[in-house]
Design a protein around this ligand. Sequence first.
Ligand code: PMP
Length: 393
Amino acid sequence: MPPARRLQGVRSSPVRDLLALTLRPEVISFAGGLPAPELFDVDGWGDAFAKAVGDRRNLQYGPTEGDPVLRALIATRMTDRGVPTAENDLLITTGSQQALTLVATTMLEPGDVVAVEEPTYLAALQCFQIAGARVVPVASDDDGMVPSALAEVLERDHPTLVYVIPTFANPSGRTQPPQRRKEIARLVADHDTWLVEDDPYGELRYDGSRVPPLASYGERVLYLGSLSKIGAPGLRLGWLRAPKDLMPVAVVAKQATDLHTSTIDQAAAAVYLSNTDLDAHVAGLRAAYRARRDTMLTALPATVPPGTTWTNPEGGMFVWLRLPGEVDATDVLREALKHNVAFVPGAPFFATTPDHATFRMSFTTNPPEDITEGMRRLARAFDEFATQDSLEV
Ligand code: PMP
């Protein structure tokens, strides 16, 4: 059977086979965007699931919109973060990845344009492509999407959606400052289009001052949140905050997709959020991840070739790097894998024209001592690569 036509243009990552090798136990991998497993609150979630399963209603079908107690708890959390939110503004989703799919299903016709920052989250690109959209990149600098570049794309391509990860972006680690958020929210409102704010990392700040979500700067924002990075990704719990007019359609799309997100997982999360000081847990994550980020950033100058540039993320999980010259980071990854260390080449994070010299490194998955060892291996891999005359150093 041939696949549906709208799936035919969707790119699978060419580095897939290489990334499979990063799963070997001897490899120290900076490739996956994985939270640290040893920091999961196993006892807290164990208690919450035990309590939730004690009520047999939590093994029953539930409302499509989601568990009302969980929605209310998340609404309060969002309000506390500067985005006034009521329970009815929220739809619980099976991870924020599903919220992305529901947004695409709800908002996009085939041929519609989605504007994205460059580089951007690979699975968002796939999601928009599957919806039949044309993805148009918007130039970005150290502060994220550039407003003047967005203004041009808005005038020229009339995008239906503008997709951004304004806080500690995947893959770049960049954050939009408040003034830029204001400008972007205003531009989007002036052009009667919609912003999609994808915010799975926003609470993971290690230094600098807090910036309220983009959703607090304008009305025309569909906000995507997630428990994956502050709780655990295996829960598969996320949410969509959408304006009143759009919510009923998003709920129909959700119903057609999976009726509702797992009742028991939602009930456990409601118990967990009621009984646990999540802020204290997140403070612990922040301290641990700050140390890991600093270990990686401190080791970088002695690891990568001179002329390499990288971002200095104030939070999140990723450092984004560019090698000097016209090197292909996939060739370097091949060498790195021989030294049992890995990262992700950057090319798949570009909507149209990839910059092959870029790559992404995640600093959250490994403890500091493994990061230090991984960086030593990476330094040797770069040395080896340079002596093969492939890299100008
Ligand atoms: N958006 C971004 C930018 C991400 O990096 C991720 C996960 N890596 C997701 C959405 C999906 O997260 P989840 O479905 O686990 O909430």
